[in-house]
Design a protein around this ligand. Structure first.
Ligand code: COA
Length: 193
């Protein structure tokens, strides 16, 4: 239930307790790069870029670690012109650990940590062929009981001749003060536009 007075809380989806979700440190950049390469579905950025994320944007990024190994990563940032927005950039879970609630857990951890004022609307882009990513954010919208709407993202021609699929924009929110996360099994509250 969404209320403006309740504290920010999050239900933890089922994933092993031995998994640690934390802010990334510089020493994680190489492991993040490896994870993104292995995920295959993602655009691989330079290792230098991941170093910058770990150094300058760690407050809005998360890694998941199990037995000393990086098994999950999510990057996000607040666009300077839209401080009310939290843009989720890349999210990846090692293939061995998928479908166990780990991506959801990283997103919820991030949200609870950034759920201060001003509260963000979440944004991300998803290609039409990435069903797993779409399901993840649809499920997140249900848990947050917020609207999910789509908008224009990046058309494929913007990627030059790389053959990159178009990226559609997804917005979740706006989140209300003291938002609470539900189990995700209830029907969505509001269908967006
Ligand atoms: C997308 C990705 C991060 C999801 O990670 P995950 O840890 O497996 O996701 P979760 O277990 O937290 O699942 C969250 C929800 O999405 C659903 N989901 C996840 N993968 C799915 C799939 N392949 N097909 C259908 N639904 C899927 C889950 O059932 C769950 O729904 P629920 O909460 O209603 O039960 C992972 O598949 C991945 O790393 N893919 C490659 C990289 C990528 O495409 N990233 C996204 C673009 S940046």
């Amino acid at each position: 239930m969404t209320t403006s007075r309740s504290p920010v809380t999050a239900a933890t989806p089922p994933v092993g307790r031995e998994v640690l979700i934390r802010r990334p440190a510089l020493a994680d950049a190489a492991g993040i790069h490896r994870l993104v390469v292995a995920a295959e579905a993602l655009d691989v950025n330079s290792l230098y870029l991941y170093l910058l994320l770990c150094r300058d944007f760690s407050a809005t990024c998360r890694v998941a670690e199990a037995a000393g190994e990086l098994i999950g990563f999510v990057s996000a940032y607040r666009p300077p012109s839209r401080p009310d927005l939290l843009f989720i950039w890349q999210i990846a879970v090692a293939s061995t650990h998928r479908r166990q609630g780990l991506a959801m857990r990283m997103l919820l951890d991030l949200l609870v940590a950034t759920g201060d004022s001003p509260l963000p609307t979440l944004a991300t882009t998803i290609t039409d062929s990435n069903a797993a990513s779409r399901r993840l954010f649809e499920s997140l919208a249900r848990r947050l009981r917020c609207e999910l709407r789509t908008g224009r993202g990046f058309e494929s021609n913007l990627f030059g001749t790389t053959g990159h699929e178009a990226e559609r924009m997804f917005y979740l929110g706006p989140l209300k003060a003291g938002f609470q996360v539900t189990t995700g099994k209830e029907p969505a509250h509001g269908n967006g536009f």
